[in-house]
Design a protein. Structure first.
Length: 632
């Protein structure tokens, strides 16, 4: 960038500061942001059009954290959660850049837009940054449309921040990177003049719900947000006319807690080594209980956490941010310092972190949930039922009450429930409305009888998954191919799988209720298909789509003679020479009293005897097989 453009950028930053209304808790944020992005202003935007500082139509909007208001004392344990109970953003009909197909219990396929390599890479980076443990980021991966891709983008960034691999907590992206429309009409914005649209109207038109996505991250990430001060603000850049507003760039700024900051939006990497040491201590606990049963692991984790820390009563009595510490972080549980204490969120996060890094014998999933100014855990056990775990109350009651793996004695599904300990003590838990937006009702519904620690055959955890057939798949335009899944162990129950399609222009996929996927070749090119199980085991396969070639020969998957029992059918599959040679095929049977053949090569016995099944191409190539039908 030339010095002249730098000067223009600075002048623009100052002008924008004067033009944007003052907002709570962000009096000079626009100046800092515009200066930081001055060099980026001269780069090409998502559509390749230079976002030039010379344009007088460039606007910037800053949105303060809607939760930055004073937190009621009753909710002081969980800063920022009570204000985020908005309904989910409406699905955007113009969603154009997804890379995922989802099936959940046969509910169908979510086949969203065109290929977007950057988006797929952002997801993969977030996933690979987690490690090999069975990590359960269930809420975020169940988000839909723009929210899902925004979640993946942010998860990748916050993981790198937590690991000390990046220092800035200002996360910038284009609408295209999260599958959101960039050009918004008056009709989409719900205004008569696009220049008058408010921040909320723009975000709603794009399908962006920052509150919902950040809360999903808070509940999903027991470790990755230890530095986060529970405040955020967002800013976007756009060009506006009376008819349209074109959004070119969005930035979410996450505040850093004073314990870890070297700037409002900058991590002090010198603090990361202490955090990593605490995580090593946590993993040593996981190793200690590796040979225990699933229930034994959970009981052991709760006892270890209660022995390592105490409740931070001082934080409860003051504003947590003003208190000057981060008692919601799991670091204070595992740092080896008895003087550092936590509030309920620290207990719940510590427990979830241990669970997330455990190799279970069965399918076990741990969730963090909130309500009543409190955070606790729900655990789905191998019996596919969900139980209550509250490490905070277990520790606060000095062991007199054991709030671990409890069923509900009464409940209003998805809203509240009551549990009773062995000593008769009862507690009622009421979810925030936000929980009903992030979780399904079934996830928030507890078992009504006690858990029995037994071996559940057929419901063991998935150790690995593979796609059948293995290796690269070769196809030509118009071909259809079904990909099935194989699990290790063979009796493992996947419960849910997600398919990712890196290039929807090349192939489309339709996910079946059993998790298999039908692939249709659309045009020449290459696509990578990735399947992910609920406990984060993945497998990928490459699909190569080539142009059609002249057919030089046909073959069948069976040799000269096939003996077929009269009670069975036989599927004949043609082979092409070359492999991408294609032609319309015609099937025939020499003796329909013995066997018939369908247009797809399925042979059905009719009576005993012999029949020759032949397939012919439009250019006179053919292959045949003799079928002998007998009564078994």
């Amino acid at each position: 960038m030339t010095n002249l453009k730098k000067l223009l950028a600075l002048l623009l930053a100052l002008a924008l500061t004067a033009s944007v209304p003052a907002l709570a808790e962000a009096p000079a944020v626009e100046i800092e942001a515009d200066a930081a992005f001055a060099e980026e202003e001269a780069r090409a935007d998502a559509d390749g059009e230079a976002l030039s500082v010379e344009s007088d139509a460039v606007d910037a909007w800053v949105e303060p954290d809607p939760e930055a208001a004073e937190i009621p004392e009753a909710n002081a344990l969980l800063p920022g959660l009570e204000a985020a109970e908005d309904d989910a953003a409406e699905d955007d009909a113009e969603f154009e850049a997804s890379a995922e197909e989802i099936v959940d219990g046969g509910s169908g396929t979510n086949d969203g837009g065109a290929d977007n390599d950057a988006l797929f890479d952002a997801y993969a980076a977030g996933l690979l940054g987690i490690g090999e443990a069975e990590v359960n980021r269930h809420i975020g991966y169940d988000l839909k449309g723009v929210d899902y891709y925004l979640y993946c983008k942010l998860l990748s960034a916050v993981t790198k921040i937590a690991n000390g691999e990046r220092t800035s907590t200002e996360i910038t992206f284009t609408p295209g990177e999260i599958g959101a429309p960039s050009s918004l009409s008056c009709a989409k914005l719900g205004v008569s003049d696009a220049r008058s649209a408010s921040f909320n109207q723009v975000m709603k038109a794009m399908g962006v719900d920052f509150s919902k996505v950040t809360e999903a991250l808070i509940h999903d990430c027991p470790y990755e947000l230890y530095w986060y001060d529970r405040k955020w603000e967002s800013v976007y850049w756009a060009r506006s006319t009376s008819q349209t507003r074109k959004v070119t760039k969005i930035c979410l700024r996450l505040y850093v807690n004073k314990s870890y900051r070297s700037g409002t939006f900058k991590l002090n990497t010198a603090k990361v080594s202490a955090v990593k040491k605490a995580l090593q201590n946590a993993r040593s606990i996981v190793s200690k209980y590796a040979a225990y049963s699933d229930k034994g692991k959970i009981d052991g984790y709760v006892r270890e956490i209660c022995a390592l820390t105490d409740y931070n009563d001082a934080a409860l009595k003051s504003d947590i941010r003003a208190f000057g510490s981060d008692p919601w972080a799991l670091v204070y549980v595992f740092d080896g310092n008895s003087a550092t204490k936590v509030v309920c969120e620290g207990y719940a996060r510590a427990f979830k972190y241990l669970c997330d890094n455990t190799n279970w014998s069965g399918n076990v999933y741990c969730y963090a949930v909130t309500g009543m100014g409190h955070m606790w855990n729900l655990v789905t056990m191998p019996d596919n039922r969900t139980y209550h775990v509250d490490v905070t109350w277990t520790d606060s009651s000095n062991g007199k009450s054991w709030f671990v793996l409890l069923p509900a004695t009464s409940q209003s599904a998805g809203y509240k429930y009551t549990v009773r300990c062995a000593n008769g003590r009862q507690e009622t838990y009421t979810y925030y409305a936000l929980m009903r937006s992030l979780y399904s009702v079934s996830q928030l519904t507890l078992a009504t009888s006690a858990f029995s620690d037994a071996t559940y055959s057929g419901n063991r955890a998935v150790k690995s998954v593979s796609i059948v057939p293995g290796g690269a798949v070769q196809m030509v335009k118009g071909d259809k191919r079904t990909l099935t899944l194989a699990f290790n162990p063979s009796d493992a129950k996947a419960q849910k799988v997600t398919w990712l399609n890196s290039n929807r222009k090349v192939v489309s996929i339709s996910v079946q209720s059993d998790g298999s996927c039908v692939v249709t070749a659309k045009k020449k090119g290459t696509a990578t298909l990735t399947v992910r199980t609920k406990n984060e085991k993945t497998a990928s396969i490459t699909v190569n789509v080539a142009g059609k070639a002249e057919l030089k020969g046909l073959s069948l998957n069976y040799s000269d003679t096939v003996y077929l029992a009269s009670s069975r059918t036989l599927q004949l599959i043609p082979g092409y020479t070359p492999w991408n040679g294609r032609s319309k095929l015609k099937w025939s049977s020499s003796n329909k009293a013995v066997a018939t053949v369908s247009s797809t090569g399925l042979v059905t016995p009719v009576g005993e005897g012999t029949a020759r099944i032949t397939v012919k191409s439009a250019n006179k190539k053919k292959a045949s097989v003799l079928v002998v039908v007998y009564k078994p």
